[in-house]
Design a protein around this ligand. Structure first.
Ligand code: ZN
Length: 476
């Protein structure tokens, strides 16, 4: 059986999941479901990035013991995966000392054995928010471009990873799409970053700066590993690395990492360096998504425009929210959410689109006492498959919307409700049901509940009207 291994980024646990997390999880989940539908053996990993100063700071601010905080938030994220029906197969916490830490230490040891980890005194500009050093040139008005805060100046003796050694190799891998960065815009950004020259980066910090949190560096009790070294390793340790080698080898490499644009460099550059050093195979694709704004503005607590994804789903249902985020936020660009846009899209695509098509056809079938057809085999359209390969999910949904319009057009041309010849009428309706089932098969990775309902309805011994309707219209 063909395997497919994909991952979603490992989030910090310093706050509840936001809409951006949910967008990413939906993207990854839909791809996982698509590959399962192809009959592949799918592994889907995520976890929690717990060895981070950010978490310690959030716990301190809340006046909670860090471990209590981590346990609480790891659960919040696990509950969120259930709530949003994300079909993860592996969840690994960064604080897991039995299966995660030994794996991370083995990865470290491999890089050390390759002479790629060495000690050096270092002074740098460090953004706690990013857990990353910046050069003066990378700052905007002296501030971190992600957080718009002034980084701290830090001097420390740390371990460094010899990234510079892999510069030309990484450049070739990215340029040749051996590791394909999607979309091309991000690929070019990564390439120009690499071509500007790769510097070795710090992979440890003092225990005091880390406030005691982190995976210990082997044979040096004064240092813990840089949080990124440990977080990226979750992609390995969640599938057996360090404790179940046989399982690991049957799953690695990742066929796809799904990530946000803010962490593209860690995945498309640093991670490749670490894997090359450890002589592990490389991920095949890295799909990068953008950020979501609300009503055209960046979401922020101070603006009071933060969209809570939990409330959104409670209000409108999981599948309509998923549909909107995947169709109207381009898979690789920034996008915007507004309630007005959401309702407009819902009514156009779901209520008047697929919902109306299904209820019209079902009603006509019921009137004639028609029986359902047998469930078709899963054979995906070639364009649709191509959109999935390129992680162009918005285009896959656009394609699906076109199929719905075509089926509508077919009905309005054939006018079965006016047809007096019953044999002819049956033929047209069966053709319409065939089209609907074809659409439902393609809808399955995206909206499994709606698709299942459509399939069950039109494969039943007798077709009846939809009660309640599939997607009732929403008022503004
Ligand atoms: Zn930052």
């Amino acid at each position: 059986m063909k395997k497919f291994y994909l991952t979603a980024a490992i989030p910090y646990v310093n706050a509840k999941p936001h809409l951006g997390h949910v967008l990413e999880w939906f993207q990854a989940d839909v791809i996982a479901r698509f590959h399962r539908q192809l009959g592949e053996s799918v592994q889907f990993s995520c976890g929690t990035d717990e060895n981070s100063l950010k978490n310690v700071q959030a716990a301190a601010k809340a006046g909670v013991d860090p471990q209590v905080w981590l346990d609480q938030y790891a659960q919040v994220f696990q509950d969120a995966f259930k709530f949003f029906e994300i079909s993860l197969t592996n969840f690994r916490r960064g604080s897991d000392q039995t299966q995660h830490w030994p794996g991370v230490q083995e990865l470290w040891q491999r890089c050390l054995d390759a002479n790629d980890i060495y000690q050096k005194e270092y002074t740098g500009l460090y953004c706690v928010g990013c857990e990353s050093y910046y050069t003066q040139g990378e700052l905007i008005d002296g501030q971190c471009p992600e957080h718009l805060t002034v980084p701290e100046t830090i001097t420390e003796k740390n371990y460094f990873f010899k990234l510079s050694k892999y510069q030309s190799q990484i450049e070739e891998l990215l340029a040749a799409d051996t590791v394909a960065v999607l979309s091309d815009q991000y690929k070019q950004e990564m390439l120009s970053f690499v071509r500007n020259g790769l510097e070795d980066f710090s992979v440890s910090r003092s225990i005091s700066r880390a406030r005691g949190v982190g995976v210990p560096v082997p044979n040096d009790s004064s240092q813990v590993m840089y949080v990124w070294f440990d977080a990226l390793a979750i992609y390995l340790t969640s599938i057996g690395w360090g404790y179940d080698q046989q399982r690991f080898e049957s799953i690695w490499p990742a066929d796809l990492h799904v990530i946000g644009k803010g962490i593209a460099r860690f995945h498309a550059v640093y991670w490749l360096g670490i894997l090359l050093s450890a002589t592990l195979s490389l991920p095949k694709k890295i799909s990068v998504h953008g950020y979501i704004t609300a009503d055209g503005q960046k979401m922020s607590k101070s603006l009071g425009n933060v969209i809570d994804p939990f409330k959104l789903v409670e209000q409108f249902g999981l599948e309509p929210v998923k549909f909107f985020l995947l169709k109207y936020i381009n898979s690789h660009s920034d996008g915007d959410y507004s309630q007005e846009k959401f309702i407009e899209a819902y009514n156009a695509d779901l209520a008047n689109g697929i919902g109306n098509l299904c209820s019209r056809v079902a009603k006509l079938c019921e009137k004639d006492g028609l029986s359902g057809l047998s469930k078709p085999q899963t054979v995906f359209n070639q364009d649709f498959v191509k959109f999935f390969d390129q992680v162009e999910l918005s285009q896959a949904l656009e394609w699906l919307t076109t199929q719905i319009s075509r089926a509508d057009l077919y009905l309005s041309q054939e006018k079965p409700w006016q047809e007096t010849d019953s044999a002819k009428r049956t033929q047209v309706l069966e053709q319409a049901v065939t089209k609907i089932l074809f659409i439902a098969i393609h809808l399955q990775p995206f909206l499994p509940h709606a698709a299942e309902r459509i399939i069950a309805h039109f494969t039943a011994p007798t077709i009846s009207v939809f009660q309640p309707s599939l997607f009732p219209r929403l008022g503004l």
